[in-house]
Design a protein around this ligand. Structure first.
Ligand SMILES: NC(=O)c1ccc[n+]([C@@H]2O[C@H](COP(=O)([O-])OP(=O)(O)OC[C@H]3O[C@@H](n4cnc5c(N)ncnc54)[C@H](OP(=O)(O)O)[C@@H]3O)[C@@H](O)[C@H]2O)c1
Length: 331
């Protein structure tokens, strides 16, 4: 009997073609469930629920680009979920752990994009690009001095796929790189001065000119950066959040930015997305805001499908899956 695999994702025809080439698999097209709003609209309708349950019968595997709840509720035979992104937010509140369902993510596929975005934001802040864009809009000519990154210290909170890429970029530019990771102090990789554990966060904050967040949102990292940590940063330091809004106490950050506890921030992610119009962050001149785009690049979903195909092959062959998440630790 073929493995029934639900595709809860809107894919290009070439990606469907790639999936059809995997032997021993029967694809179930659930692309109409790939977006949270559609799923929420339809979930209330008993006929839709019945239809979903029928289509998900005997489905053992899913590529999931929508919310996890409807999928898990209607797929009793589900054994493995492949996520198209790194964070596990889609599965929040679902009994994946209780049901012993394997979860794999897309760790590493967009690490280069996110690290490039981090570097872009750092250079833009150091070179005062927001100031010049404001000048350009009003045809003003007011030169300022700008430092080089070389010789500054970047503190990476997280040294995984993204942190590792950024460490290489930063080191190549002559920055001193320091980092912390959950697994604790370890011999630093090339170009990194020291690697500590979560307990070394105060030391990292005190030493860094740039604090870059590249950790997952978990119970341990929730509001990792609050008023106390912002006070521990140098008044000349910058905060760059490439990871998740939940890592930062946004109200404390606004105060820190207004009162000059730190020099400024570049934020790709927020507590609430899209960032509400009423957020004071929009008005601050020492902030760069980007709309959660660090990880997006053309061809990304093609890479996700290629990873999924390789994992399908491994699953059918009984081999370990790539990018298996540890649901206990939350990433
Ligand atoms: N803005 C975007 O578009 C975008 C795109 C992709 C990802 N992200 C976010 O970025 C996060 C990181 O992605 P990644 O691919 O680098 O993930 P990853 O490879 O899994 O790396 C995560 C890193 O965080 C560390 N970590 C976890 N908990 C920690 C804690 N409590 N204290 C200190 N370090 C901790 C891990 O430590 P160990 O090395 O010891 O495991 C690891 O070094 C993702 O979870 C996602 O939320 C954002």
């Amino acid at each position: 009997m073929p493995l029934r695999v639900a595709i809860v994702a809107r894919l290009a025809e070439e990606d469907w073609a790639l999936l059809r080439q995997v032997p021993g698999v029967e694809l179930v097209d659930l692309s109409d469930w790939a977006w949270a709003d559609a799923a929420a609209r339809q979930e209330g309708d008993p006929c839709v629920r019945q239809e979903l349950a029928r289509r998900l019968e005997d489905v053992a595997v899913a590529l999931l680009m929508g919310p996890g709840q409807p999928l898990l509720a209607h797929a009793p035979a589900l054994r493995w979920v492949q996520l198209p992104f790194v964070g596990l937010e889609q599965l929040a509140g679902t009994p994946v752990r209780e049901r012993g369902i394997l979860v794999t993510n897309a760790r590493g596929l967009n690490a280069r994009s996110v690290a490039e975005w981090g570097l872009t934001l750092m250079l833009a802040l150091a070179k005062q690009l927001p100031h010049y864009l404001r000048q350009q809009a009003s045809q003003r000519w007011e030169p300022r001095q700008a430092p080089t990154l070389s010789g500054m210290t970047v503190g990476l909170v997280g040294l995984g796929a993204i942190g590792g890429e950024l460490a290489r970029f930063a080191s190549a530019l002559g920055l001193r790189v320091i980092a912390i990771r959950r697994s604790g102090p370890q011999p630093p990789p090339a170009g990194v001065s020291w690697v500590g554990g979560p307990g070394d966060l105060p030391r990292l904050l005190a030493e860094a000119d740039w604090v870059v967040l590249a950790v997952p949102a978990t119970a341990e990292t929730h509001r990792l950066i609050g008023a106390e940590q912002l006070h521990q940063m140098k008044p000349t330091a910058w905060l760059v959040n490439l990871a998740r809004g939940a890592l930062v106490d946004e109200a404390a950050l606004v105060t820190a930015l207004r009162e000059g506890w730190i020099a400024g921030a570049a934020l790709d992610v927020f507590e609430q997305e899209p960032l509400p119009a009423a957020s004071p962050l929009w008005q601050l001149e020492n902030v760069i805001i980007t709309p959660h785009v660090a990880g997006t690049s053309p061809g990304y979903f093609h890479q996700v499908v290629a990873l999924f195909c390789e994992n399908l092959r491994r699953y059918l062959a009984g081999e370990p899956l790539l990018n298996r998440c540890d649901l206990e630790r939350g990433y």
